[in-house]
Design a protein around this ligand. Structure first.
Ligand code: ZN
Length: 207
């Protein structure tokens, strides 16, 4: 989830005090507080809603991070961090021998939705690489890590062609679906620690 009008309005309606979001305000740098951003902040400020967003830290966190949580729900063991982004390794890779069908089945169960698979790699995976979100455009860099089966959220059109050129399996689980694990896990952790209730506001984007 990111800060946008629907979750902010929902939080206001439900009298919530804190919104935990994944995509925050500062990815494109500081922006003038006008238009849509003004509306979103006004909603939060007027309704006394605190906002906490953790983008890359929540992608790579070893326990509550999106990648760690997705890997856990897939039952993959002994993972190694890989794929550097802004000086940190954000993805996880693991040795696993799974057929495309097994992997798609597990992923669909974890995400609760259909996924898209482009099977141009080995029938059974050797090394599975996972980067939640929009990492499909990094397929060439991922291939350099000897990954034959790459799971990410979304990809540009040309990445499907690249998967064939590179003889890789590319599986797309959806940007939103692969990146809701982190906020839920972080909220569960905080809820236990501070004995506070929490709820997940689902605002799927369809992508
Ligand atoms: Zn993302």
């Amino acid at each position: 989830m990111l800060l946008s009008t629907p979750p902010a309005s929902e939080a206001a309606k439900k009298n919530l005090d804190l919104l935990l979001v994944h995509h925050g305000l500062f990815w494109p740098g500081l922006q003038p507080v006008t238009g849509v951003l003004h509306r979103q902040l006004k909603l939060a400020l007027e309704n006394d809603i605190a906002l906490y967003s953790a983008h890359l830290p929540l992608d790579l966190h070893p326990e509550v991070g999106n990648n760690a949580q997705l890997v856990k729900s897939l039952g993959l063991k002994r993972t190694t961090p890989f794929f550097e982004e802004k000086g940190q390794l954000i993805g996880l890779k693991a040795r696993a021998s799974l057929s495309g069908q097994e992997l798609v089945g597990k992923l669909e169960e974890s995400l609760g939705k259909k996924v898209r698979a482009f099977n141009f790699g080995p029938k059974k995976s050797n090394t599975v690489g996972i980067i939640t979100g929009a990492a499909g455009s990094e397929i060439y860099r991922v291939a350099e890590e000897k990954i034959d089966t790459f799971i990410t959220g979304e990809a540009p059109h040309w990445a499907a062609v690249a998967a064939e050129e590179l003889s890789m399996n590319l599986i797309l689980g959806g940007h939103y679906a692969t990146e809701t694990f982190g906020v839920k896990a972080l909220a569960r952790h905080l809820s236990r620690k501070f004995r506070l209730p929490f709820e997940f506001i689902d605002c799927p984007t369809g992508l």
